[in-house]
Design a protein around this ligand. Sequence first.
Ligand code: EPZ
Length: 416
Amino acid sequence: MDKLLISGGTELSGEAVISGAKNAALPILCASLLTAEPLHLTNVPQLNDIATMLRLLGEMGVGVDRDDDGLTLAGAGLDNPVASYERVKTMRASILVLGPLVARCGEARVSLPGGCAIGARPVDQHIKGLQAMGAEITVEHGYVHARAARLKGARICTDMVTVTGTENLMMAACLADGETIIENAAREPEVVDLANCLVSMGARISGAGTDVIRIQGVDRLHGATHSIMPDRIETGTYLCAAAATGGNIRLTRTSAAYLDTVVDKLMDAGCDIVVERDAIRLAAPARLKAVSLRTAPYPAFPTDMQAQFMAINCVADGVATIRETIFENRFMHVNELMRLGANIQIEGNNAIVRGVDTLEGAMVMATDLRASASLVIAGLVARGETLIDRIYHLDRGYERIEEKLAALGAAVRRVT
Ligand code: EPZ
């Protein structure tokens, strides 16, 4: 099992290139199920989660071809609308095949994803929305069985804002008979990127990026070419790493357009940030000021940046309160950060972080994707060596992380 060995104390400097967004690429890969024509994608990140999704689609019969500028997915071969437990248990985003399969094939058999480290993460809203569109759904032996000769447009209001729930229902609605209105829809930029891709395939969608999305069903979708948007969470993660180490970096092929709350918090912490057309620069102060935050659905502060901000608060000047409102167990990084000398108290869904002058390197264990990122940031500032175990969590969502960090001057290497 790979580990990451970090020698802390280096101020990050230089440039790094940001990859395509994992959480846009995953639903967009599933959009290939909606048409028999080829879908050509560029700027697809090379990540374990992407490889998992491509294997799942391949098992369903979708052709997957890589060429030097991207991927071509051929939905013409789709002949097996089944997502097995073996595949789904390794990546809960596999649930994103459910809506497209019912819409294209009239049936689907998809394993329930089960919970994960950060919470139970049920998919009841995905099921409720498809039932509203006329799908007959039974859940037995851990599988969702869905059938519909043709889905019908419906008015759906999800009980809570759900990103992949919105994406699943939006994809299903593209081929439904009539208009579907999704209220309380997720406004995340990745939802908008998916909608843009679907529209380029012939879908009729309006309102993506707002909390009411309207989809006029069509008989079929056609092929298209789409470039995946930059990864805003990867961008925010490297900004935090530079901020924590007192560094000065420039990130390219990205945009601050979807990071307003993150940029605001980093500026509150004392960083100078310059936004360019497709790049962002950060110069950090010698020591950050503590910044409190509260996670919530977009455009509020993203839960996927919570762990990274906890790491920077560990060595900031002052006390920060971090409130996690999306997932019930997204503080798995706290105990590991405390092994490095952090001073954190958990009170319900609040974490009180009292900044300390220095962290001391230690052996720690990654528990989930963004928790791993917070341990990397803490290791970059800790005195001495930090060895992070189970970094397969990191490889799910950060492309070539040790190369990108090393290019920014970090003393980091992967050990097996
Ligand atoms: C997406 O997960 C992202 N994953 C997550 O990123 C992200 O943290 C999350 O949205 C919130 O922004 C992808 O896009 C692939 P939700 P998702 O449905 O869609 C509850 C990362 O680090 N809920 O918006 O699974 C749920 O339990 C990952 O890249 C239900 O109760 O999250 C949670 O408390 C982690 N029933 C809340 O809603 C449902 O049917 C929001 O979940 C659906 C959701």
